[in-house]
Design a protein around this ligand. Structure first.
Ligand code: ZN
Length: 431
């Protein structure tokens, strides 16, 4: 008995020791806010990102929004020295990333204990919980919901999405709205938004939203990158990429940035040739099954797909193509719909959130290539966006208490884009 008791104590100690050190790989890492006052600052930070292997947590906009970078203990002195040399104002955002992540885990644990039953979209659900939700919705609402298993991730997880339609996708006069989330696996708050959108269309359809269900077909894809997402829960909280492995290219670094892996201006700007970089685009376009699945959904429904929303976190942005600063022919319409979305969400924003900024991703941020947003636009989806949800100054550690608000606020924005894009769709088809 005594032996058993001792063993239990040992187990408890061991478990608490393991969980206390869960984020040890970030021990000594710092995060810094950087004020950008000229375009040359953006250029400098892009160079430092590459040479000092910075982890960019938030895109900055000159004169409008600070950039946020995580820096390793080895590179910190050099980073600060370069900023000082170039008179770039900056401040310490997090003194120790490991401690901050451990505190965030504790916040989540307390939140989860505070209410016994919580809907899957009011929380940060694991892959299996999301999967169970999709299966349940499809089983309970067979008249309007079709579950699609699009294939397996690199690590063999099923990648599923829902088709939501009152006419089983057979009424070709309806536009299709496609939204996806969690292409970048550390952006945890994105999946709840996708799940809540399902909830509002299927389980909690309100009278004022009936038109959205009846006149639009929806494709909602809550986890594009399930391997990366699970890895952020089990191993490395700030993992952004897929979990593919190509030892012939790199024996030490796994994964690529799926949002640089699309076949549009592939591997030209805003990428790194270093296979360990968080913006490494892969050795060829669509090397990743996760980006191929997004491509295939877009291609399968291209004739009617009116809007594609690729959801990220964080920074309060509604962005559109192209990543090389050239503009789509219908940019005025794209801006109209995007700006309306921003205004709808701003109208109910919390005081601690910034206002949404809306514009071409290259002109208001910096150049990128191979993004999902650009791919959708390039192949012919009239309205293709990158949405960056609010971070409330807490980067990827959005406290779960904010999830309900983000869900409701974002649904308001998504609904507005759906209605406006529908107006443009009907106008085009009438001609
Ligand atoms: Zn992202």
């Amino acid at each position: 008995m005594a032996v058993l008791k001792l063993f239990s104590i040992f187990c408890v100690l061991f478990v608490s020791f393991v969980s206390a050190g869960k984020h040890d790989i970030y021990s000594g890492y710092t995060a810094h806010g950087v004020k950008l006052t000229t375009q040359s600052h953006l250029q400098l930070l892009a160079e430092l990102s590459e040479s000092l292997n910075l982890d960019e947590w938030q895109h900055g906009a000159v004169g409008q929004r600070d950039a946020l970078y995580m820096v390793s203990p080895e590179n910190k002195a050099k980073f600060l020295e370069e900023l000082e040399k170039n008179s770039v104002e900056n401040y310490l955002h997090l003194e120790d990333v490991a401690t901050a992540l451990e505190e965030h885990d504790a916040v989540i644990a307390r939140y989860q204990q505070s209410r016994s039953s919580r809907m899957v979209f009011e929380n940060y659900p694991r892959y299996a919980e999301v999967d169970a939700y999709l299966e349940r919705i499809a089983a309970e609402y067979p008249d309007i919901v079709t579950l699609v298993n699009a294939g397996s991730s690199f690590e063999n997880r099923a990648i599923k999405y829902l088709k939501i339609s009152t006419t089983n996708f057979t009424d070709t006069s309806k536009p299709i709205y496609y939204m996806d989330a969690m292409i970048h696996s550390r952006e945890w708050v994105t999946t709840p938004v996708a799940l809540y959108s399902i909830h509002r269309l299927v389980e909690d359809l309100r009278e004022q939203d009936r038109d959205l269900l009846e006149t639009i077909d929806w494709i909602i894809h809550p986890i594009v990158n399930p391997d990366g997402y699970e890895y952020t829960h089990t191993n490395v909280r700030l993992w952004r990429r897929t979990r593919s492995y190509y030892p012939e290219i790199s024996e030490t670094c796994w994964g690529i940035d799926a949002n640089r892996n699309f076949d549009v201006s592939f591997n030209t700007v805003g990428v790194s040739s270093n296979p360990c970089s968080d913006v490494y685009p892969g050795h060829e376009p669509f090397s990743e099954v996760e980006s191929r699945i997004v491509r295939d959904i877009i291609q399968e429904h291209l004739d009617r797909m009116q809007l594609y929303m690729n959801i990220h976190s964080h920074g309060n942005w509604v962005l559109y193509g192209f990543g090389n600063a050239s503009l789509p022919a219908n940019v005025a319409q794209i801006h109209h719909v995007g700006a309306t979305m921003g205004a709808e969400m701003d109208a109910v924003k919390l005081p601690e959130a910034g206002y949404y900024l809306v514009g071409n991703s290259a002109l208001i941020l910096y150049a990128t290539s191979g993004s999902a947003q650009d791919y959708g636009q390039d192949v012919g989806v009239p309205f293709s966006y990158t949405l960056e949800l609010p971070g409330y100054g807490q980067d990827f550690r959005v406290p779960p208490q904010y999830i309900d608000h983000i869900n409701a606020e974002t649904w308001r924005g998504l609904a507005a884009t759906a209605r406006l894009a529908r107006v443009y769709y009907n106008a085009r088809n009438a001609n």
